[in-house]
Unconditional design. Structure first.
Length: 151
């Protein structure tokens, strides 16, 4: 094993402790430098992260919609109902925050949503996992919707 001295911390370390792209500085020093830079310029990085968003590829989005048709159709129905003023946002049911997400407990009940802020929505999923019927087919979704409309 080849040993190398880090240019920053001056410790002698094995070659696996260095990235091939930056062989003069060890991984730990590069990581701490990146963390420190982010901490110093947090305003810039927060704005960058917000502007960047998720940026998923069109291919990923198409595949995700194919894999979870009930989820996609439920989200679309909520968006349309909000647009058409058939559904109205309410404050987060936990903390009262006005900036909310529509959360589905069951994707086969697309307009039956609970309103949660981003933090409580994330917390709900950590504690409970995904909603019911995530993998429902388009046919199951259509059957559930037609049954809902008839009632």
């Amino acid at each position: 094993m080849k040993l190398t001295c880090c240019n920053q911390c001056r410790f002698v370390k094995g070659e696996t402790e260095f990235y091939q792209s930056n062989p003069g500085t060890c991984k730990e020093c590069l990581k701490s430098r990146a963390k420190e830079n982010r901490r110093k310029r947090i305003g810039y990085y927060r704005a960058y992260d917000r502007a960047r968003g998720n940026r998923q590829s069109a291919h990923y989005i198409r595949e995700h919609r194919k894999k979870h048709p009930a989820k996609y159709k439920s989200q679309t129905m909520v968006g349309n109902a909000l647009r058409d003023k058939r559904l109205f946002k309410e404050p987060c049911e936990v903390c009262g925050d006005e900036r909310v997400h529509a959360h589905h407990d069951d994707y086969l009940k697309p307009l039956d949503v609970r309103w949660l802020c981003a933090a409580h929505h994330r917390q709900w999923h950590v504690e409970n996992g995904e909603a019911k019927n995530l993998h429902a087919t388009t046919e199951q979704f259509e059957a559930a919707i037609s049954g809902e409309r008839a009632a």
